[in-house]
Design a protein around this ligand. Sequence first.
Ligand code: KMH
Ligand code: ZN
Length: 425
Amino acid sequence: MQATIRIRMSKPHYGGNLVDGAQLLSLFGDVATELCIRADGDEGLFRAYDSVEFLAPVYSGDFIEARGEIVSFGRTSLKMQFTAHKILAPRPGPGLAPTAAEVLAEPLLVCRASGTCVVPKELRRAPAAGERRIGLWRPGPCIITAAIVGAETTRAQNPHLPITAEEIGQEAARCVQAGASVIHLHVRDEAGNPSQDRARFAAAIAAIRARTDVVIQCSTGGAVGMSLDERCGALTLAGAEAPDMATLNVGTINFGDDIFVNKRQDTLEIARRIAAARLVPEVEIYDLGHLDITAELVEKGLLVPPLHVQFVLGVRGALSASRKNVELLVSRLAELDRLHNTSGTPSSWGVAGIGRHEFPMAEVAAQLGGNLRVGLEDNIYVEKGVLAEGSAPLVEKAVTLCKAAGRSVATSADARAILLAATLV
Ligand code: KMH
Ligand code: ZN
């Protein structure tokens, strides 16, 4: 969560046209105020800077870009980091006209700082616990989804992959114990091959529900090459056998050496079947254009905001896993909300980083106020070169990242309240 101010320095304070550092701190103050307002709808005041470094001289006439970011949320405080870069400057010099100026080839870091802002408790008009409001940035609890099976990971790659319904139930329970509140579910046949068979889903769901009240989200993506009907196996379950949610894949992508095909008419049909089954959809977004397709589904009435969106980043052949890409996707989702979401509740989003991107993306998601997904479907290592002993250790690590970002971890009840209160088509 960032804010940026760009300003031309105009008041020299010292000899040689030098600007005093207090002017940079005043800029940081304005950035901090914007961040407070965007987070909570309240102006905050600086309690303290814990570090300030002046790194290069600033002169009258320099253009300075001051940027701030909320790095963690306290109950009444916000911890922030700031940078100020010189980006344009006058270019005095012999033989040069007084109009001469330049765009710096590399923005020059002139100051960095970190500090804490507060809004006194009695003045806060921030949302009540659990309430989410469109436009405000203060995030609620972080929903951790555990993708415990997947369709691509094999036992040969990681011997801890659960395959039978009992193994899936046990692994789901371990993940919930570690902090997961949603299970993203695929199933396998007896040989361990990917399957979307309704009876296998029913058995796995029963095994999970016997142990936990976690939100169960079945895949309709299945494995590359499956037919539409095959992919929709879990959508034919009803009553106590049915899951809570189902994924909706909206666009075709290169998928490593394969192609994960999601034809437009198939996506529309799966969206209709999810709606008919009265399940809450989670929209899987692997590329920027997938949000445009999502907007079309909203316009057609096949999805109703607030949406639940998973940004799956780092698939070879689709959008790469970077903080910038997450920020871009989040801003495009906010635009979709502005245009189409009349519910008053913002759409929720999460990030699933594939392979080595799993934890860097989990950290970004936690810091930017999103939810996150980890699990053997996406990544088999808990550390570089160290196989994870199932998905639970990956969830444990995600919990640590969440807490470091000042986020609380959603319980299953929180996840139910946030995800399942969604409007159904
Ligand atoms: N196995 C991938 C081809 C989903 O679960 O909806 C698709 C997938 C998405 O895993
Ligand atoms: Zn999946």
